[in-house]
Design a protein. Structure first.
Length: 637
């Protein structure tokens, strides 16, 4: 056995042991060391860059390194085998999906804008923005030899008298704490209750003078990124918002690789632990710390994720999702409890899961449709959610049709050598001078923040700008020369957005032809999905009244640039609207409003799902869309 020590910039060392010949990336997985590997370890993405600072590994130079960088000890973890004791430095760029957690106190209106807009749209539909939580102040009769009623019966009768409902449910956890709380407060207590299936549920019992937060937690479980918002279920005040990379990323960038990994022995638990114990629970801990409340005050949670993420979160066998005829285990769950799933909040907290529609259109889309309110409008609306799975919905108040296309993780920075999520250090917009090819860009974060990588909105801008100034051809190959355009020994071209001395990372921030090709395929999947969905209904793009774009790929998308590269159809710009992370805002809405929760279930039942892989003509559409902007240039004139 060989000793392997992982070192981090801002975390304690991790020591483990490995067999000789074992791959370094596999060793990291077993030790729960998160190293970004979107390609699932086939050495194509170049994201699992580590530095050997002690000992040696068996490895070879790849196109992801120069000879100088290789001599300095840089290696790909997936391309390195253990041959002796070794010390490995894991830079932020390799562990970004775990280390770069962002917590916001939601003090700025900009952070709240997406939720305010959703509230306004929901209010216009007539749905009430209210829930069933109530706080009761109860003074119970003190037991005596003449009144020997048990504690639970005493509480039930008091709650029934106050609410007018005689069906009261008290959980085991409440039963355990009830005797002490009652007697320490002379049977004067504060009781939190809610409604469920004609029952009154006792959610908590606390001293009468203790402040009671009734918090709700909405979570968007994306394949690449997990986002969450914490808020007060009584007042509606927002308490904190957080985001971090999905810890499952080390098992592959897409849902197929995740499902395959989960099907292996012990795999389901590993995938569940990665998203829950390594991602969601740490997010909850940090958000509660930021808000200054206990996790036990979170009494309800809503989860919105694609079908695979919902299954892996719940620890449910997911293999049938990827096998024809592509059947999920569930579309809609019965009520779950946090203690059953392992979420680190109040163990009795109810977990709402936005319903799945099909194998590749899940709760994130039903939540998104709830939030954008296309179900209530007569306008023909096209809704596109940009993520690892590109989901598309078309319809209005009369019908809703949906499909999903495998766009890959490019929109969130995966499969892109310098790609990253939309967070501090990410270039989110850029222009390029037509003559000098010099860039001007904006970086997410504080003024003066140095670029570390490029998020989805920035990648759209860069490719559009390179095409506009004639630096690349329709296939994404470089056809101009300049200080910022260079070619490696194999002739592959790249564009340097920020040289190492200008950046905040260990390498130049650059976009190469492989990156561009990956992104062209991603945008081609979106456009071909749109065309196929519309044609299945005998519609064309001129019949679109509104096009709503969602996805946490930046603070906004330059729609004109997205059209120029052939990602979206050529329709008037005023028909476009970017609505941010609609999955999260929809989950928040379904959590805060009981009527909205019922509506999201109704949306799930009413939406028709088509499987693109079995739809005639889809592959022809996809191949034609894998050029800039398209093989049929007339579509964008």
């Amino acid at each position: 056995m060989k000793k392997v020590t992982f070192k981090f910039d801002n975390a304690p060392d991790v020591e483990t042991y490995a067999n000789e010949g074992e791959k370094l990336l596999d060793v990291a997985k077993k030790a729960n060391v998160v190293i970004d590997a979107p390609c699932s370890g086939n050495a194509s993405c170049g994201k699992c860059i580590v530095k050997i600072v002690g000992g040696t590994v068996e490895s070879s130079i790849t196109r992801h390194f120069t000879e100088s960088e290789f001599r300095k000890g840089f290696r790909l973890a997936c391309n390195s085998k253990i041959i002796e004791d070794v010390v490995v430095s894991v830079p932020d760029i390799a562990s970004a999906f775990k280390n770069r957690m962002k917590i916001s106190d939601l003090s700025s209106e900009e952070e709240l804008k997406i939720f305010r807009n959703t509230q306004d749209r929901i209010a216009a539909t007539g749905l009430k923005f209210e829930n069933d939580f109530k706080i009761l102040d109860l003074e119970l009769n003190v037991p005596s030899l003449d009144d020997t009623m048990p504690d639970n019966e005493r509480l039930s009768r008091a709650v029934a008298k106050e609410t007018g409902c005689d069906k009261i449910q008290i959980s085991y956890n409440i039963m355990r704490k009830l005797p002490k709380v009652l007697r320490e407060n002379d049977f004067h207590v504060k009781v939190l209750v809610s409604n469920e299936d004609e029952h009154i549920i006792v959610n908590d019992v606390i001293p009468p003078l203790k402040w009671l937060y009734v918090a709700g937690l909405a979570v968007d479980i994306g394949t690449t990124t997990v986002s969450a918002v914490l808020f007060d279920m009584i007042s509606g005040d927002f308490l904190a918002r957080g985001a971090m990379g999905n810890g499952q990323i080390r098992y592959g960038a897409d849902v197929i690789n995740r499902i395959i990994e989960a099907s292996k022995e012990g795999g389901s638990k590993k995938l569940k632990d990665a998203v829950l114990r390594e991602t969601i629970n740490p997010l909850i801990r940090e958000m509660c710390s930021s808000a200054g409340i206990s996790r036990d005050f979170i009494y309800r949670m809503c989860v919105a994720g694609n079908t695979t993420m919902n299954h892996l979160f719940a620890g449910i066998y997911s293999e049938p999702i990827r096998m024809e005829p592509y059947i999920p285990e569930f579309y809609q769950t019965e009520r779950l409890r946090a203690g059953d799933v392992g979420v680190a909040i109040n163990p009795d907290a109810e977990i709402i899961m936005c319903p799945n529609i099909g194998s590749y259109v899940g709760g994130d889309i039903t939540a998104g449709v709830l939030a954008n309110c296309m179900w209530n409008n007569p306008e023909m609306t096209l809704f596109v959610d940009l993520g690892t799975n590109g989901e598309i919905v078309f319809g209005n108040s009369d019908f809703l049709m949906s499909c999903a296309c495998s766009a890959g993780p490019a929109f969130e920075g995966g499969d892109i050598s310098c790609g990253m999520r939309a967070m501090d250090g990410a270039i989110e917009s850029i222009t390029i001078d037509e003559k000098t090819l010099e860039p001007k860009y904006s970086v997410i974060g504080e003024p003066g923040e140095k670029p570390v990588g490029i998020c989805g909105s920035g990648i759209i801008d860069i490719i559009s700008e390179l095409f506009r100034v004639g630096a690349i051809n329709p296939k994404g190959k470089f056809i101009r020369e300049g200080k910022r355009i260079r070619h490696d020994e194999d002739g592959m071209g790249s564009y340097v957005v920020a040289f190492q001395e200008e950046s905040g990372t260990i390498k130049d921030v650059e976009l190469n032809e492989v990156d561009i090709d990956n992104f062209i395929r991603a945008k081609g999947a979106i456009f071909s999905g749109i065309r196929t969905l519309l044609s299945s209904l005998d519609f064309d793009v001129d019949m679109i009244d509104k096009l709503m774009v969602a996805g946490g790929i930046g603070s906004g998308i330059n729609m004109e640039n997205a059209i120029n590269i052939g990602m979206f159809p050529k329709i008037p710009l005023e028909k476009y609207e970017y609505i941010g992370n609609s999955s999260l805002s929809g989950a928040y809405t379904a959590l805060f409003s009981n009527e909205a929760e019922e509506k999201v279930y109704e949306i799930g039942k009413s939406m028709t799902y088509i499987e693109l892989s079995t739809t005639p003509g889809y592959m022809d559409e996809f191949v034609a869309a894998c050029f800039l902007p398209h093989t049929d240039a007339s579509l964008f004139q």
